[in-house]
Write a protein that binds this ligand. Sequence first.
Ligand SMILES: [Fe+2]
Length: 230
Amino acid sequence: MFDTLADAFAAERAAGCTIGSHQPPQSAARLDAAVRAAVQAYVAAGHQDWRALAKFNDSHYVRHLVDENGDFEMILICWKQGQASRVHNHAQSHCWLNVLSGGVEELRYTTGDTPEGVEPAVAPRLPGVISASAPCPLLMPAGVGKVGPGGTAYINDTIALHAVRCDDAACEAAGEEGAVSLHVYAPPIRRVKLYEQEENRVTVRAPGFATIRGVVDADLQDLSRLSSSL
Ligand SMILES: [Fe+2]
């Protein structure tokens, strides 16, 4: 599936389009169709090779980098029941969230007026944290959706922010310990903003991975890093 998508992204670049959330609508629509078709074909074919990468963690949901190139990255995320991301953005990237097993819930938010007088804030002392600022903008719920096996949700920053959590009921019904989702971010996301309303701050963080192409990243085994949101 990675090679199929790599060809689709390369074709758009060859046509003169820059990959990202602001690329021309027709070009973005072609990519959207390509991603959805590739995922549906992969799921319909009953491929199970993703299970070798799909390791859960009791403390946090975990992200596994399947592969990446300059145009996009493909990430497997494992959500045990009860696990959830924080509200976050996707920089200037496309985000396709595809479910391989179980199910996830997506909670969308828009922000209120950008607060004036944004000030630096105390950043959490966690690996990957780059900075923090306050206050956190008002987060207004903008819809809840469910995604099941073979399903795809698409989002970028011009649409909304979101948080994702395991659909516990769907996993329970399917007899799964949790959900597994396959995310395509284009271009790869190097910085993510976490909207932490309870702490009244926005934290900028470099996302981390539990494994990279199937190899455990020894530098990233701090559990706090495994929870990096996207
Ligand atoms: Fe996300």
